[in-house]
Design a protein around this ligand. Sequence first.
Ligand SMILES: *[C@@H]1O[C@H](CO)[C@@H](O)[C@H](O)[C@H]1NC(C)=O
Ligand SMILES: *[C@@H]1O[C@H](CO)[C@@H](O)[C@H](O)[C@H]1NC(C)=O
Ligand SMILES: *[C@@H]1O[C@H](CO)[C@@H](O)[C@H](O)[C@H]1NC(C)=O
Length: 394
Amino acid sequence: MGLASWVVNNFVASAVLLLCSVSINVAAAGKQVQGEGQKLRFGQNGEFKILQVADMHYADGEKTGCLDVLPSQVPGCSDLNTTAFTQRMILAEKPDFIVFTGDNIFAYDAADSAKSLDAAFAPAIASKIPWAAVLGNHDQEGTLSREGVMKHIVGLKNTMSQFNPPEAHVIDGFGNYNLEVGGVKGSGFENKSALNLYFLDSGDYSTVPSILGYGWIKPSQQFWFQHTSAKLKKAYMSPPKAQKAAAPGIAYFHIPLPEFASFDSSNFTGVKQEGISSASVNSGFFTTMVEAGDVKAVFTGHDHLNDFCGELTGIQLCYAGGFGYHAYGKAGWPRRARVVVASLEKTKEGNWGAVKSIKTWKRLDDEHLTAIDGQVLWSKSSAGNKRKKGIIGA
Ligand SMILES: *[C@@H]1O[C@H](CO)[C@@H](O)[C@H](O)[C@H]1NC(C)=O
Ligand SMILES: *[C@@H]1O[C@H](CO)[C@@H](O)[C@H](O)[C@H]1NC(C)=O
Ligand SMILES: *[C@@H]1O[C@H](CO)[C@@H](O)[C@H](O)[C@H]1NC(C)=O
């Protein structure tokens, strides 16, 4: 208990220091940030579809065998099965964007981290679909540091990954950034970001000797998120086409938040077959997101045997489930991937407008890429109704 308050006090102290530098830098760079992330936008069908690939654990390709598959599946199973699954998912879903949520490589088993990264992302690069990645806790265990891995990723083709936000000179981790998804070209929302994507580095392991276990999202990252969210909200609620509330946001990172432990089978969709391996301390990012109000869903990986989504205080907390064949898994329980689709509403004039709903499902790496657990994560109308009825908010 003494420890916990020591940690909190330290967080507060560093947070106060960081607040100054982050806010000054944000103000200075406010205009220059425009242009970044402008390439993503909703299609003429009014949809934006994201494929999430969690925990590929890629190593040396054909030479790297599979873990936790049925005895009959062991021969001829390698990282190339992970590659094939990525290709099949891209062909089946034709996503607008692909997100890799960390442990992209299992660098400890890889001869050359750069080569493993190239091979792991090769299907995304070949598809010419824009993609982004964040770091997990295993990406740095080889020939490249965390900084080196993120530098390598941002140099790959067709990626929209960023090393760190240019406006935040002081930030923990590597690969914290946001991307805006513009409304449909030719619609009144063409210059608005109708959907905001946040990417964060959830760290690897605690570096505080008295705290064991995994890393956490630091105050510097939370301040960057707060400022970015506020800036996006202001733009969205300003003319032309001033909106009454923030555009919905979704966040991607690797390690689940402690709040992922708030559910059981009575209130989640999917399965929980292992514990929630979050940090042993709670750094408050969930509360920060609830306060900001725009993030409707969070997507992580890390716990390969969990693939559920559960809602807590208006935010859906979702796992993708294990994807890679060189990652631990459960024999006979297929590897899987998560898909998210945001759909726009039609305005009174019959044009495409703001986001109406966010839906998700998963696909299994079986013969037919079976789709399971389809659900609506968020819808504009139900959020409005809940507010009117006083169920959430004031
Ligand atoms: C791995 O890929 C090989 C070659 O395509 C295939 O024969 C095998 O069934 C795959 N294994 C698994 C577990 O999917
Ligand atoms: C979006 O911006 C472009 C370039 O400034 C402008 O020509 C266009 O009219 C704007 N569209 C809307 C709907 O405001
Ligand atoms: C889920 O249900 C369990 C009881 O079965 C309850 O303890 C928990 O608080 C619920 N979680 C949420 C987020 O409602």
